[in-house]
Design a binder for this molecule. Structure first.
Ligand code: ACO
Length: 310
């Protein structure tokens, strides 16, 4: 059976916070942020919008694009490290708000790799014929765990949501290969502390990411039997343009074949890949039959990559 995308959706808050705005909050500069990260602005959700609200908007759009009703969804998976509350989960909230049946719903915690974990989990349930249609969401309201006095981290993050409806697709399409991994010994480099704030050793995470993202990208392509030259589009986790370029260069593909929404949205953790995916579909950057690689890394440490034919 071939398992792939039936529809995608995304939502970002309307409030834009530019690098110039960040200069008023911490001792930083537009030039530093652009050259070190590629980020120009980010979206920040107000007090009236929580994680599940963003997840709901993105999920609605994905269901519409897929032409699938909420009642047809058999399982809801939400990747997030910033749920409204640890329980009920964001997935439980979505089940009710979307008007799905009394179906299974759960959150997945794998930080920025969470959407990869969600997609691969969905694939297993569909292949075993346990479920037909799975809603997978990546969503974060990172602004609520950001230390707005720490210039090392606060300039990097943003809020948003991306979603996909996953189900059976035609022969030759869908997920061709995947890789998931974790290394808990690196947990000390990126975590949430006792004050619920995000702590990161940027240099260590950078070193891990520039090694892992290119390697995982190559691994999933090798598993498909295709060559690097066959890749039509790359969607790396949108954390830092320098890390993203390391993966792109390793695959040997040109700049225009890589999603770069990090410029507009910063690092939205679990949401970054599905937002970029949904935008690429809507902008026509991913076309019918394209070979696409999605690859993420994040806190845990975790990583994950998927090669699929759209
Ligand atoms: N503005 C100005 N100066 C800054 C800022 C800032 N916002 N932040 C740090 N600096 C300073 C530092 O204090 C340091 O000064 P020092 O040399 O006097 O100590 C200097 O800039 C250089 O710091 P470096 O750490 O060498 O900068 P680097 O080139 O490594 O870039 C960055 C830092 C952007 C954080 C990079 O390390 C990075 O991207 N790391 C990976 C982060 C990441 O991708 N995280 C993703 C996972 S997040 C998640 O999963 C939720």
């Amino acid at each position: 059976m071939n398992v792939g995308l039936l529809g995608t959706g995304h939502y970002v808050p309307t409030k834009v916070v530019t690098n110039k705005d960040m200069e008023k909050i911490v001792d930083t500069s537009d030039e530093w942020i652009r050259t070190r990260t590629g980020i120009e602005e980010r979206r920040i959700a107000g007090d009236d919008i929580d994680t599940s609200d963003m997840a709901f908007f993105a999920a609605k759009q994905a269901l519409e694009e897929a032409n699938v009703s909420a009642e047809e969804i058999d399982l809801i998976l939400v990747a997030t490290v910033t749920p409204d509350t640890p329980f009920p989960s964001v997935a439980n909230r979505l089940q009710n708000r979307l008007g799905c049946g009394s179906v299974a719903s759960m959150d997945i915690g794998a930080a920025c790799s969470g959407f990869m974990y969600g997609m691969v989990t969905a694939k297993q349930f569909i292949e075993t014929k346990a479920y037909k249609k799975v809603l997978v969401v990546g969503v974060e309201k990172l602004s609520k765990i950001t230390n707005w006095e720490d210039r090392n981290t606060c300039v990097l993050f943003g809020d948003g949501a991306g979603a996909a409806v996953v189900g059976e697709v035609s022969e030759g399409k869908g997920i061709l290969s995947f890789e998931l991994g974790s290394d808990g010994s690196g947990g000390k480099h990126l975590y949430q502390d006792e004050n619920n704030q995000l702590i990161m050793n940027g240099r260590e995470v950078f070193k891990f990411a520039v090694r892992q993202m290119p390697q995982s990208s190559v691994n999933v392509i090798e598993k498909t039997g295709y060559n690097k030259e066959d890749v039509d589009y790359l969607i790396p986790h949108q954390a830092n343009i320098r890390i993203m370029n390391a993966a792109r260069e390793r695959l040997g593909i040109s700049e225009d074949k890589m999603a770069t929404s990090v410029k507009k949205y910063g690092n939205t953790s679990s949401a970054s890949i599905p937002i970029a995916l949904s935008e690429a579909v809507k902008d026509g950057k991913i076309k019918d039959n394209d070979l696409v690689v999605m690859v993420g890394f994040g806190g845990g440490l975790t990583w994950g990559a998927i090669a699929f034919r759209y």
